[in-house]
Design a binder for this molecule. Structure first.
Ligand code: ADP
Length: 459
């Protein structure tokens, strides 16, 4: 028997064969009767009646023959349908067998009735899995809750993504996501469950890693906040005594009634120089921590950029002169009025120009101002100094970062100047870029809107 044929189909075919046999027998008898009638000598009337009866029998037989043909035709169609059903069933069987997840079918007592290959997740071969209780593969400590869930399942049709631990034979447990749906019989009564098991160990590990990273991130944010706060407090506390030291050192140098001896004067001058250096450093740390904490507010006002640049460059000229460097300004703005923060703009220029002088031994430093489209301006500080290697350019605006610490130490500095410049330019809705070649020089160029917009929070 074809295994795909159902019992119903088989009975149906057998019945047709029997029916065809019977029709053939009746037909045979009818033709026998007809032959006999032809031979019998009956009175006229009876003869006619008999012939009529035989005629009707003949008609009934013909009708039966038609019915028989129709039945045969239906039978052929049934055979085609059966082949299609078989192909479909095979497709589903393949899907079931080769699916990457574990598929199981259990009865309503939780006994495994069918399992695909992926059920090797349970470390038992497919055939030995049949008739084993599924609960055998649940860790003992979790069996009670598993059974409770099974009871719940009798009331529900489907459980999505139920996470359980699975204990494969002779192996350690793993996390699995289970989807269970109820199997019902023809009357709609639940008679078992279809289980889809997926090993989610990797997913769980990734989730745990993400949680760890998020936690670390929060801790880092908190540490950064504490660091900024600490720097702000410490630098604020250092500023007042430092100003007092500077003030008294200046007083000592200026007082005329008790002049200092030459070596004393030298010492006080050194106190003053070192004090100024320390104060500048404290100011940088304070500014940077304020920017980081989002506490630095721009003081926007109408200002004359030409005047601001000229004044700043003149302040720096003695520094450039000490190193015999030419310091030039190339100003190309029609209208030099802009709306910005003069103190912070000056701070940006001082940082860039002093770096340019610091890292240039011969040649020149040039400040170039030009008009851009869409009401923007560009300011570039160009030097002919030591330059910066391409690999170092990426980190150049990072706080406390210095290209060559021994060179930077010789020149002094904290590595905060460019980080502050970058943050200030961004607060002013601009951006800064740097172009440089080792031994040739560097150009720091920043763009700004003519009118900086007031914003409450800067990031
Ligand atoms: P600092 O100058 O206090 O060290 P900065 O943040 O201003 O800190 O600069 C960071 C580093 O970038 C400097 O130590 C230096 O290595 C490099 N740098 C900055 N400006 C220039 C420049 N014009 N030419 C060459 N190197 C520079």
């Amino acid at each position: 028997m074809n295994p795909a044929k159902s019992v119903v189909e088989d009975n149906f075919e057998r019945n047709i064969d029997k029916f065809v046999l019977k029709v053939n027998r009746v037909r045979q008898r009818a033709s026998n009767i007809q032959q006999h009638v032809g031979k019998i000598n009956l009175p006229q009337q009876e003869d006619t009646m008999l012939l009529q009866a035989v005629g009707e029998l003949q008609t009934a037989l013909e009708e039966l023959q038609v019915a028989e043909e129709e039945m045969k035709q239906q039978n052929e169609q049934l055979a085609i349908a059966r082949t299609n059903v078989e192909a479909e069933r095979q497709r589903y069987q393949d899907l079931f067998d080769f699916a990457p997840d574990g598929y199981l079918v259990t009865d309503d007592a939780g006994m495994i009735r069918e399992a695909n290959r992926a059920a090797k997740l349970l470390n038992v071969s497919q055939e030995f899995l049949i008739y084993k209780p599924l609960v055998n593969f649940i860790p003992i400590a979790e069996r009670r809750s598993f059974r409770a869930k099974l009871n719940q399942l009798l009331q529900t049709d489907c459980f999505q993504e139920w996470e359980i631990r699975i204990l494969p034979r002779n192996q350690t447990t793993f996390d699995a996501a289970v989807t269970v749906s109820t199997l019902s019989n023809l009357e709609g009564k639940p008679e078992g469950w279809r289980w889809l098991l997926r090993d989610i160990t990797v997913r769980k590990q990734t989730e745990a890693k993400i949680r760890d990273i998020e936690l670390q991130n929060l801790q880092l944010q908190e540490m950064a906040r504490l660091k900024s706060h600490f720097l702000a407090v410490v630098s604020h506390e250092l500023r007042s005594p430092m100003n007092a030291i500077l003030g008294f050192a200046q007083l000592l140098l200026r007082q005329s009634h008790q002049p200092l001896a030459t070596n004393q004067e030298n010492m006080v001058e050194r106190i003053l120089r070192s004090g100024k250096h320390l104060l500048a450093l404290i100011e940088d740390i304070l500014d940077f921590s304020k920017i980081e904490a989002g506490q630095l507010q721009l003081k926007l006002e109408e200002l004359n950029l030409a005047e601001l640049i000229t004044a700043t460059v003149e302040e720096m000229r003695p520094l450039a002169a000490q190193k015999n460097l030419a310091l030039q300004v190339d100003f190309n703005l029609q209208d030099s009025l802009i709306y910005s923060d003069s103190v912070r703009l000056r701070q940006i220029l001082v940082n860039l120009i002093s770096n340019a002088i610091k890292f240039t031994d011969a040649g020149s430093v040039q400040v170039k101002v030009e008009e851009l489209l869409e009401d923007r301006i560009a300011i570039a500080v160009k030097d002919t100094g030591i330059g910066i290697a391409e690999a170092d350019l990426k980190q150049i605006f990072q706080e406390f970062w210095q290209v060559n610490q021994s060179i930077s130490r010789k020149h002094g500095g904290t590595g905060l100047g460019l980080a502050i410049v970058d943050r200030l330019v961004r607060m002013m809705q601009g951006k800064i870029v740097v172009e440089s070649q080792l031994g040739q020089g560097s150009t720091f160029r920043f763009e700004l809107p003519r009118r900086v917009q007031r914003r409450e929070i800067f990031s």
